[in-house]
Design a protein around this ligand. Structure first.
Ligand code: ES4
Ligand code: ZN
Length: 319
């Protein structure tokens, strides 16, 4: 049981955390047919590409500022109920534009959800704006410009997600330059679908303090040493990695080997209902599948707080 342990989550896509029951209620409200993507209370996909497709499709049932406030408040409430004190949500203003709501209203709804959850449960949350590779480099630059200009104190980071096999990191360098110049924390999905080269590219081009996943760095010993020496924090999502077949099972998952090699690691749920997981289950797995003791699990949480994209004053209160 890890219910008593304080928890932190650095890597969770907001729409990817949508409870199937809420998504179904939204679909009914707007009369949208999502039967092909949500069956018997579970999201339907079979590989990384169809997962991304399903993700984009079910996101379309969240349409208004209030829908986003409700989604955010619901997920953060769930996190708080299992002892989570801090959460970073990956959000896509582009998505707000695509559904015709607009980026500002999308972000305003999410921020309202954060305020409600903090008032109700004390949980602190921040936002990481993400670009999606499969929408192309121009849209990623647009997302970075949005994050840079928003001057919203809750937007503290920038990320690159989506189809990892599309383009090389260098194609997205300008977006990260914009985000870096604006003082945002930088993280990037790498070493999940693609091999160690994508992690090396990310380190060379983006110089991020954190990497989303990064777990396939284990295939290159020198790269693991580099991550350890630089103190780069990996946002590891073991349940997601097994669901997407990045590794065949937990015994083959490198979380413990990375930690023992001196790499700074944290654990997160990524897109919890899509991957039949939750932050609580990831903490349970840390104990049951990886054999971490309570104090080792506390170290993962502490690393998360140290690497959080949050102001120093708030960090001190949380630590
Ligand atoms: C994602 Cl697991 C994962 N990887 C890349 N992009 C994503 N967007 C939502 N979940
Ligand atoms: Zn992710």
């Amino acid at each position: 049981m890890t219910r008593h342990l304080k928890k932190v989550e650095l890597h969770c896509h907001l729409e990817g955390a949508a409870p199937p029951s809420l998504t179904l209620a939204q679909a009914r409200k707007y009369n949208i047919d999502i039967a092909a993507y949500l069956k018997d209370g579970a999201y339907v996909w079979h590989d990384f590409a169809s997962f991304l497709q399903c993700y984009d499709k079910i996101s379309e049932v969240y349409k208004t500022e209030e829908d986003y406030a409700l989604l955010t408040e619901t997920y953060l409430g769930e996190l708080a109920s299992v002892g989570t004190i801090y959460s970073e949500l990956i959000v896509s203003p582009d998505h707000g534009k695509r559904i015709g709501l607009g980026a500002d209203a999308y972000i305003a709804g999410v921020c309202e959800g954060i305020r409600r959850a903090e008032a109700a449960n004390g949980i602190v949350a921040r936002l990481i704006v993400t670009g999606e590779r499969h929408f192309g480099p121009d849209s990623v630059v647009g997302a970075a410009e949005y994050a840079a200009k928003a001057r919203n104190p809750l937007i503290t980071g920038f990320n690159l997600a989506g189809e990892e096999r599309m383009g090389r990191v260098a194609d997205y360098a300008r977006a990260f330059d914009i985000a870096r110049d604006a003082g945002l924390g930088l993280t990037i999905h790498a070493g999940e679908v693609c091999g160690p080269f994508s992690v090396a590219d990310a380190l060379d081009v983006v110089r991020p303090s954190r990497i989303g996943h990064g777990v396939r760095a284990i295939e290159d010993e020198a790269l693991v040493r580099r991550l350890a020496e630089q103190g780069t924090v990996l946002e590891v999502c073991p349940g997601s990695n097994i669901a997407l077949k990045v590794f065949p099972d937990f015994a083959a998952h490198p979380l413990r080997r990375l930690k023992e090699a001196g790499v700074r690691v944290t654990i997160s749920s990524d897109d919890p209902p899509f991957f039949h997981t939750s932050l609580e289950r990831e903490y349970e797995l840390a104990a049951s599948a990886f054999g971490f003791t309570d104090s080792e699990i506390d170290e993962l949480t502490r690393t998360g707080l140290e690497a959080a994209f949050v102001d120093e004053e708030t960090r001190k209160v949380l630590l």
